[in-house]
Design a protein around this ligand. Structure first.
Ligand SMILES: Cc1ncc(COP(=O)(O)O)c(C=O)c1O
Length: 360
């Protein structure tokens, strides 16, 4: 039996609040009339209520204005890499993309299957360690939309500002949705795979301003068709009911914590703790330019990479799980999503200091 609490720093699927897990476990056994949540129809009044409440709670959390629709779709965020060009291109030939990490790179590759993609800025040359100034972007005149990734989960690069463009702004918020208040009307479309800050994998949340959905020159499969999904309240087919249910619990949890302002405060405290520990020594290093550092995903390296395995082993023994960096970049990465308590970030910082004392 481990004597330490477990803190899970996984980038996704990731830590969930214990209260949400307990409620979900209970509902698996019994949700209504002796049946578990995964045993009832998605057309039942009980699931209809989950749908209605999840939309109402998300609307309240993000203060979503009139004119926007919320869609819950399967296929994660990667499904949206295709759904976005399918639904937004209309008669346009192409779109602008800002490439600041592996996820926006994948979004570019997928969109290129459907249209002429203009990569208006690309920071691959500096190993994805910065956010490019908007003045340097090479935007095209006839773009249907501009796509960017406000937080790059692998490289730990986050925009602290919202681009101002004349075309609909599309944001992949998979790894920073609900982490701080935003002004939804700055965006035409926000999407996120839920498995980081919201719930179990299997769903994407799409918040879309309805007027930007364009009639397509090509047929759109029903499950990727925003208009059909909106008309059927995201139930053109059987939705990912468990994932959706747990997401609805998570929305209520965030509201109960004080909403996005409270999340932002906690997230800043956690990130500040960890960056201060990294910056205080040459033993650890974060490569990201100071003004582009992510509050959610913090990659760092050890001065001697030969110590990586030992660091991970000792961390795990102290209940600090899933700190290995993404396989494409190596080193370490700590993901500090909403459900990570401040105590978790503190425990990591304490361990890092202890490890440095022993091996530095
Ligand atoms: C920013 C970002 N976009 C897209 C994805 C892909 O999400 P999914 O696995 O749900 O397709 C991820 C996954 O980690 C991500 O972090």
């Amino acid at each position: 039996m481990m004597s330490h609490p477990i803190y899970n720093f996984c980038a996704g699927p990731s830590v969930m609040p214990p209260e949400v897990i307990a409620q979900a476990a209970q509902s698996l056994k019994h949700y209504h009339d002796g049946l578990g949540i995964i045993e009832i129809s998605h057309r039942s009044p009980e699931f209809m209520q989950i749908i209605a409440e999840s939309k109402a709670d998300l609307t309240q959390l993000l203060n979503i204005p009139e004119g926007y629709q919320i869609i819950f779709m399967q296929g994660g965020a990667t499904g949206q890499f295709s759904a976005i060009p399918m639904n937004l291109l209309g008669e346009a030939k192409g779109a602008d993309y800002i490439q600041t990490g592996v996820w926006s790179e994948k979004a570019v590759e997928e969109a290129a299957l459907y249209c002429d993609v203009n990569v208006a800025a690309n920071t691959k040359g500096n190993r994805y360690t910065t956010v490019p100034h908007q003045a340097s972007w090479q935007l095209r005149d006839d773009a249907a939309y501009l796509h960017y990734t406000p937080n790059e989960t692998i490289h730990g690069v986050e925009f602290t500002w919202v681009p101002k463009v004349d075309v609909p702004l599309v944001a992949d918020m998979s790894s920073n949705i609900l982490s701080q208040p935003i002004n939804v009307s700055d965006y035409a479309l926000i999407y996120a795979g839920v498995q980081k800050n919201i719930g179990p994998a299997g769903l994407a949340v799409v918040i879309v301003r309805e007027d930007i959905i364009k009639p397509s020159r090509h047929p759109i499969p029903t499950i990727w068709n925003y208009r059909k999904m909106i008309a059927e309240d995201s139930c053109c087919n059987t939705p990912a009911v468990f994932s959706w249910y747990v997401s609805s619990l998570m929305f209520k949890w965030v509201l109960a914590q004080g909403g996005l302002k409270a999340m932002a405060k906690r997230n800043k405290t956690k990130a500040d703790l960890l960056y201060a520990a990294i910056d205080a020594t040459d033993f650890y290093h974060n490569p990201v330019e100071a003004h582009s550092r992510s509050r959610m995903n913090i990659p760092f390296t050890l001065a001697d990479p030969k110590l990586d395995a030992e660091f991970l082993k000792k961390a795990q023994a102290q209940g600090l799980y899933n700190l290995a960096g993404h396989r494409s970049v190596g080193g370490m990465r700590a993901s500090l999503y909403n459900a990570m308590p401040i105590e978790g970030a503190q425990a990591l910082v304490d361990f890092m200091k202890e490890f440095e004392r022993a091996y530095g």
